[in-house]
Design a protein around this ligand. Structure first.
Ligand SMILES: *Cc1c(COP(=O)(O)O)cnc(C)c1O
Length: 297
């Protein structure tokens, strides 16, 4: 079995804006963990796969939209660690580069209509109940095990930070950060940048994974979704181009573009105090560029 433990590098972000505000900003390059298992997906799948293996299961069944980083991560992890994989894909049958990657990694895909997609346990029964080897993996890797895998990132930090920023989809990543900080970084504030519209469901999503865990250090930023999931604005696209060209660090419009855009916007508006140490997590997901590449033409 390929070792699952990784240690991604931390690099400083050098910008005039940060010098003016007397803050330091580092970026944790989880995008370097693997080209197709998005950084946070890798961490989130670690204990999920271990549990599946312990239960003697050899077939991962999971869910996602047609551009889902989680689907391709599960397909690739399955191929790497010796599991068969099935992806139940929301919506009408389409083909795109992400789904082709899933197939290339050996995943079997079934397209399911949007109404049926809402009831995942029922879908799972429909497609997998007859297979005693099947193992349910929720959309986005949402689970306490996913969060537990993510929590380990805190052990890789060289010192504590005043603020840690990540992009939020299902909330599993930030739940893991919260868990990881409880004993190891009591002063760190955690910022989740919502990439979907539709309100702030992160506190609830975190509570379901960790009932009773205090959330006072958790801050969610809901003003940076740019119109909703995978929606963009000209300002966001311009920002992504400028950031990537200046740093050589590729970011994309669905998650990490919105994440870094929010950080710069907050810094410009004096959100931080002089001396603050900030860590931003590059969660990977560079396939997000493929679906929106025309915007960079
Ligand atoms: C899936 C994903 C996220 C969202 O993570 P959650 O744990 O679902 O909140 C963030 N960034 C990238 C690049 C992703 O692919």
């Amino acid at each position: 079995m390929v070792p699952f433990n990784i240690h991604s590098p931390i690099e400083p972000l050098d910008f005039q804006l940060f010098r003016e505000k007397s803050i330091t900003v580092d970026i944790k390059r989880d995008d370097k963990i693997h080209p197709f298992i998005s950084g946070n997906k890798w961490r989130k799948l670690k204990y999920v796969l271990q549990s599946a293996r312990r239960a003697g299961k050899t077939h991962l069944v999971t869910f996602g939209g047609a551009w889902s980083n989680h689907l391709v991560a599960t397909a690739c992890a399955g191929a790497t660690f010796g599991f068969k994989t099935t992806g139940l894909v929301r919506g009408e049958a389409v083909s795109n580069p992400v789904l082709s990657l899933c197939k290339l990694y050996g995943m079997t895909l079934h397209f399911v209509d949007r109404t049926a997609y809402r009831n995942k346990p029922q879908l799972y029964d429909q497609y997998a109940a007859t297979d005693p080897q099947a193992y349910f993996v929720d959309e986005g890797g949402y689970s306490a095990e996913g969060a537990a895998g993510y929590a380990e990132i805190i052990d890789e930090l060289p010192h504590t930070y005043d603020h840690i920023f990540c992009a939020c989809g299902t909330g599993t990543t930030i739940a893991g950060l919260l868990n990881g900080c409880v004993s190891r970084a009591p002063e760190t504030r955690l910022h989740g940048v919502m990439v979907l519209g539709g309100g702030d469901f992160i506190p609830d999503a975190v509570r379901k994974l960790y009932p009773g865990m205090p959330q006072d250090r958790l801050i969610t930023h809901t003003g940076y979704h740019c119109g909703g999931y995978a929606k963009t604005t000209p300002a966001l696209i311009a920002f992504i181009k400028a950031f990537t060209a200046k740093t050589g660090i590729l970011i994309e419009p669905v998650y990490t573009g919105k994440l870094l855009y929010s950080l710069f916007d907050l810094a410009e508006h004096d959100y931080f105090k002089a001396g603050d140490r900030i860590l931003v997590i590059h969660t990977g997901g560079l396939t997000g560029i493929l679906g929106l590449h025309e915007q960079f033409a």
